[in-house]
Design a protein around this ligand. Structure first.
Ligand SMILES: [Zn+2]
Ligand SMILES: [Zn+2]
Length: 144
């Protein structure tokens, strides 16, 4: 995975990222289930400096369970969520995998917030599971 391109449903927002993700994970927290229409979100964390974005974004601000102030950015025209950032961690940005042009290229390395997944959720047993927020502090779930 080198150069990655993606965008929203209507095409008003486009992005390019020129590096591999730091981590790619599925998140089953309740908020992500709302964003992902009843499933987990699939999230790629990148250094913020690696991302180039064109187009206007709206911003839904909320406080994460860990206390961080989250900015979840979406296209004001089609409503698709593309990015998530913690105000306390401006060096990292999360990209929603559903907005990638090529979704085949990613490799989901873990599942987080399994404690909030419904009983019918499919949780791939071949990758690590985390009940809540994984222990790695710089990659914690506040970015989901
Ligand atoms: Zn759009
Ligand atoms: Zn989540």
């Amino acid at each position: 995975m080198g150069i990655t391109n993606g965008g929203c449903l209507c095409g008003a927002v486009r992005y390019t990222v020129n590096t591999k993700p730091l981590v790619t994970r599925a998140c089953w927290c309740n908020l992500c289930q709302s964003l992902a229409s009843g499933n987990a979100t699939i999230n790629l964390a990148f250094p913020t400096s690696a991302l180039r974005i064109t187009g206007d974004l709206s911003d839904y601000v909320s406080i994460a369970e860990g206390g961080n102030k989250m900015h979840r950015r979406f296209c004001p025209s089609c409503g698709v969520h593309l990015f998530s950032e913690a105000e306390e961690k401006p060096h990292m940005i999360v990209v929603r995998a559903g907005t990638l042009d090529d979704k085949e290229q990613i490799d989901v390395g873990g599942i987080i917030w399994t404690s909030e997944a419904p009983s019918w959720a499919y949780l791939d047993p071949s990758v690590p599971h985390f009940d809540k927020q994984p222990p790695t502090p710089q990659l914690n779930n506040d970015e989901c």
